[in-house]
Design a protein around this ligand. Sequence first.
Ligand SMILES: C[S@@+](CC[C@H](N)C(=O)[O-])C[C@H]1O[C@@H](n2cnc3c(N)ncnc32)[C@H](O)[C@@H]1O
Length: 259
Amino acid sequence: MTARCGTLYGIGVGPGDPDLVTLKALKVLQKVTHIFASCSTKNEYSLALEIVKRHLTNGQVERLPFPMTKKADVLKVAWEKNARRVLEVLQEGRDAAFVTLGDPLTYSTFGYLMQTVKRFAPEVPIVTIPGVTSYQAAAALSQLPLTEGEESLYVVSGALGAERLKEALTQTDNIVLLKVYRYFPEIYQTLEKLGLLDCTTCINRVGLEGEMVVHNLRELKGQHLPYLSLFIIKKPRRTGSPGCLFAVGEKASGGLSEL
Ligand SMILES: C[S@@+](CC[C@H](N)C(=O)[O-])C[C@H]1O[C@@H](n2cnc3c(N)ncnc32)[C@H](O)[C@@H]1O
């Protein structure tokens, strides 16, 4: 190893609109000489790079392939291989940035990469620069408060179906459901059964071409959602104040008590 090891910057570039890239992220991106971005093993596309490309001036860009799989052993091999590649650059004494969609520590490849780099080389300096999350931008676009007063908010993944959602609904006032696209039919059925269709807003591709807000989930029944889709669910408040911003029938409270 050289005397000085470079710093690894994990940079969140926000969910799509390049104007939501922070000043701090820009400063680092214009300073580092090596920029990493994740891509799938099938092609070289990186949305995070697309978002920041207009801001890049001189950094060399390198894609790191991460397989889209849930197989822990396959993932571990990829994280380790990519962490070693990042370390090669850092150990030449060069700073490097890893750009990610939204926030780098919210359902992001950077979390795994950071932990693997730390495991291999605990002495390496790592700086994480937070980014605007997809659901913050979605709430702003749809004009839905995520929390008010003493309410709570759960951020839940729909990647395994509706089970996590059902569990969360028993405990919180508001839910952000990410990764809804694959199990949308099952999630739709669950929301319908619980009388929560009117309390759910779907936001697709916030800040990107094709951006869409759908307040009436029934319009989406039977459709395929894009990968970049999320739901904001606001449970009806029993006090009568507008927790759910839309008309909520009797069924809503009856449905929830079924959980
Ligand atoms: C792997 S997670 C990445 C989350 C990201 N790190 C963040 O901070 O929001 C991918 C999921 O985030 C949501 N997502 C990310 N970008 C989005 C966008 N521009 N519009 C809508 N949903 C988005 C979708 O639910 C998508 O399936």
